[in-house]
Design a protein around this ligand. Structure first.
Ligand code: SPV
Ligand code: MG
Length: 312
């Protein structure tokens, strides 16, 4: 039998994005998936060495200026996810598919499109549509287990690349329900064919996650998003039995704070002198986006002479 984290073809050289992510999840140290929300944040995370990305529903929604309550359509989010996949070639992207936008059929279509645009996998959560971000409010109704299992089965049946992952995320603890229920749900989702389990908690420490993992049979690799527990390191999560750590929203929140601060300073100073030292130089932006390579291509393909000056 193929284990959930081994390569479906039994080989050792991952070739598809899904196979690469499976391979990373099977390592002894947890894989770090950096949250991204557009081509630039994906490119920066890849350049900084993150081996995998999380296309965050919260952050893509925020980047579009809307709330993480299924206000953006799923095709809008997949368009953004596609920009990340293009911007970070070779880096597997796990797409946050929320609840799958309806029933088994919409989830299946979402997953199929995600696979076509080159995602490593999708993650669906066991809430009801429209969902609300897990950190806001208390209205987090859970979907019935058979219904959510049907979504997982439909997506698994519909995928083409056997390496593509369907990650089942349980919001049991977010909904204030007990660990026993999270364990039962985890078992049912594995039985339905899920390739990994995302267990979410919004406690200020990983106490709930640790309580879950102490009793979990380890049937699936487990990923977490430690947004509210700030202190533990990846290694500590690894010792708890975690295979993947998603830094879900830190790039978005960093850019939120930086954009707000620069706007405040420019407006109040009526000039840019105070902010110049705080912002990336255009040279750095052009470097990351490989403007010089384009210049070289122009010379190669059009015969034009390069040498444009780089300001900033
Ligand atoms: C997201 O990034 O959209 C997530 C993770 O679902 S969290 O917002 O931390 O719940
Ligand atoms: Mg989300």
């Amino acid at each position: 039998m193929t284990s959930p984290t081994s390569l479906p073809d039994g080989g050792t050289a991952p070739s598809t994005p899904g196979q690469r992510l499976r391979h990373l999840l099977a390592q002894t140290e947890p894989v770090q998936l950096m949250g991204a929300h557009d081509g630039l944040s994906a490119r920066i995370a890849a350049a900084e060495g993150f081996p995998a990305l999380w296309a965050s529903g919260l952050c893509m929604s925020t980047a579009r200026g809307v709330r993480d309550s299924d206000e953006a359509t799923w095709s809008e989010l997949l368009d953004l996810a596609a920009t990340m996949i293009e911007a970070a070639p070779g880096v597997p992207v796990l797409i946050d598919g929320d609840t799958g936008y309806g029933n088994f059929n919409t989830a299946r279509r979402f997953a199929a499109r995600a696979e076509r645009i080159g995602a490593a996998g999708v993650c669906f959560e066991d809430k009801v549509f429209p969902k609300m971000n897990s950190f806001f409010g208390d209205g987090h109704a859970l979907a019935p287990v058979p219904e959510f299992c049907g979504k997982i089965r439909a997506c698994k049946d519909g995928q083409r690349d056997p390496g593509f992952l369907v990650v089942a995320r349980t919001e049991t603890l977010i909904a204030g329900r007990p660990v026993e229920e999270a364990l039962e749900r985890a078992e049912a989702y594995a039985e339905a064919g899920a390739d990994a389990l995302f267990i979410h908690s919004r406690k200020p420490t990983p106490v709930e996650i640790a309580g879950f993992l102490e009793r979990y049979d380890g049937r699936l690799p487990v990923v977490i998003a430690p947004t509210t527990f700030h202190t533990p390191t990846v290694d500590e999560f690894g010792r708890l039995g975690v295979s993947g750590v998603i830094w879900a929203n830190h790039s978005m929140r960093a850019s939120f704070a930086a954009m707000r601060d620069v706007c405040q300073q420019i407006r109040s100073n009526r000039g840019i002198s105070a902010v110049e030292g705080q912002v990336a130089s255009l040279k750095e932006v052009f470097g990351l986006l490989e403007y010089e390579a384009l210049e070289a291509d122009e010379a190669a393909y059009t015969g034009a002479l390069g040498g444009a000056a780089v300001a900033g």
